[in-house]
Design a protein around this ligand. Structure first.
Ligand SMILES: Cc1cc2nc3c(=O)[nH]c(=O)nc-3n(C[C@H](O)[C@H](O)[C@H](O)COP(=O)(O)OP(=O)(O)OC[C@H]3O[C@@H](n4cnc5c(N)ncnc54)[C@H](O)[C@@H]3O)c2cc1C
Length: 417
């Protein structure tokens, strides 16, 4: 099997990449390979399914705002339902430095300050009980900001859109196909054991899979947190670390009642972020909230193939913060839970998109790969073509080298959730 391009990974990044490459090059033979039985079964299927263009770095802002605009176009103009609902992101602040960050971002996108009195109707207490303040170090909520170009979406529908486009363009999909290794060989082999030697020019000739060898001129790794497993053995660094993230579906009568309410004129309860990085994502159809947290120090970087959510993590961490600010959540029960990984760029929180030999790597989405997926696919396609700048959906341009390694030029993203 020989292709012009073989893309490994059929999550949002691999699918968007395949779509944009095929848009530019209808004549190329492209394959997408994934170990799962169908597309979007990796972290794309495990996300909190939120979107926002509220990011502190210009890079993340460009990637997200242009992707959101593309998804809106697909839904509103092409009439394909992607489950996009602009319910907003509500940031609840307990300190001045986070307020400064949000106000700075407010110069780029639509954010409005919310009167704290309105939060009472949403079940949110701005004052923390004294004993909780003492024991947990939680502080009162002093400001609330609602980001308007933000909300919830259905990643499986976005993935299905790209997948269908790719099928229409005759891209070959290989599911249930695990790539075991990248076959690094010398450009000019001398057929001597131990090749390739350090003095030989090298390239990736093929990939070894459980279903045989697949050859291509260019390989693209859209393998998210699994990237290191393929790049480490051949000495290419993907610069990411796995960070486990968990989501807990919670429910009680209060939640059933409030989750679909048009509390802030955004159609339903907004995606809400509490101090300490705890958040709730509304799921109006199920009448539940999904609770999670952007945990940091104290949680390790270990990796297992199929991570499980930890009920005790919810009980002793997430729930404690939630019930301090939302008394009606005290009686909520967990009706479902799951876990996945961020491919976490721990240096600047922005994706890595770079070329090494005939390999292109797109990873490091750091918890916001779906809301940036369209832009990432366009940048990979531009990098494949050797273009200096990638044109995003909204016409904004981004230097392809900026997201690379050697000439990387991005600011640190301070709003990784
Ligand atoms: C709990 C949680 C909450 C999140 N919340 C959000 C959110 O609200 N909004 C948002 O935008 N993002 C969110 N994210 C992040 C988002 O899910 C990821 O950034 C995004 O899914 C990355 O897409 P991807 O295509 O790179 O990776 P994946 O969807 O993980 O796709 C990678 C694919 O590569 C395949 N693969 C890997 N190795 C091999 C191999 N050796 N052989 C064959 N196939 C292979 C995998 O099977 C997988 O299908 C969240 C993530 C988690 C875990």
């Amino acid at each position: 099997m020989k292709y012009d391009i073989a893309i490994i990974g059929a999550g949002i990044v691999g699918l968007s990449t395949a779509f944009h490459l095929s848009e530019k090059h209808g004549d190329l033979k492209i394959a997408v390979i994934d170990k799962f039985h169908t597309y979007a079964q990796g972290n794309t299927g495990k996300s909190a399914a939120g979107f926002r263009d509220v990011f502190s770095s210009d890079t993340s802002f460009k990637l997200s705002s242009s992707s959101i605009r593309f998804y809106d176009h697909v839904q509103k103009i092409l009439g394909i339902d992607l489950g996009m609902k602009h319910v907003g992101y509500l940031f609840l602040m307990d300190n001045d430095s986070s307020v400064d960050v949000i106000q700075e971002i407010g110069k780029k996108t639509k954010i409005k300050e919310i009167d704290l009195d309105l939060l009472g109707d949403m079940g949110i207490s701005t004052k923390v009980d004294d004993e909780i303040r003492e024991a947990m170090g939680l502080e009162d909520i002093r400001n609330a900001y609602l980001a308007l170009n933000a909300g919830i979406m259905e990643p499986d529908k976005i993935a299905a859109f790209y997948y269908q486009q790719c099928v229409n363009k005759k891209i070959d999909f290989f599911f249930d196909t695990t790539v075991q290794s990248l076959n690094l060989v010398p450009v000019r082999p001398i057929n001597f054991p131990g090749e390739p030697f350090i003095w030989q020019d090298k390239f990736i000739k093929s990939i070894n899979t459980n279903r045989g060898e697949i050859y291509a001129d260019t390989f693209i790794l859209a393998t998210d947190v699994w990237t290191n497993l393929l790049t480490d053995p051949i000495g290419i660094d993907s610069h990411i670390r796995p960070k486990k993230r968990q989501l807990f579906k919670i429910k009680n009568d209060f939640i059933s009642d409030v989750v679909g309410k048009n509390v802030l004129d955004t159609g339903s309860y907004p995606f809400t972020i509490f101090p300490k990085g705890v958040y709730i994502r509304p799921s109006p159809q199920e009448k539940t909230f999904w609770a999670g947290v952007a945990d940091d120090i104290g949680r390790d970087f270990s990796f297992v193939e199929d991570p499980e959510a930890e009920p005790q993590f919810y009980t002793y961490n997430v729930h404690q913060v939630l019930q301090a600010y939302m008394k009606p959540f005290s009686s909520a029960s967990v009706t479902g839970m799951w876990a996945g990984y961020y491919s976490y760029n721990t240096i600047d929180g922005n994706p890595y998109i770079f070329r090494s030999l005939n390999l292109i790597v797109a990873t490091g989405t750091s918890g916001s790969g779906i809301m940036k997926g369209d832009a990432i696919g366009r940048i990979v396609a531009a990098l494949y073509d050797g273009e200096e700048k990638a044109k995003l959906y909204d016409g904004m341009r981004i230097n392809t080298a900026d997201l690379g390694v050697k000439e990387r030029k991005v600011e640190e993203e301070r709003l990784v959730l």
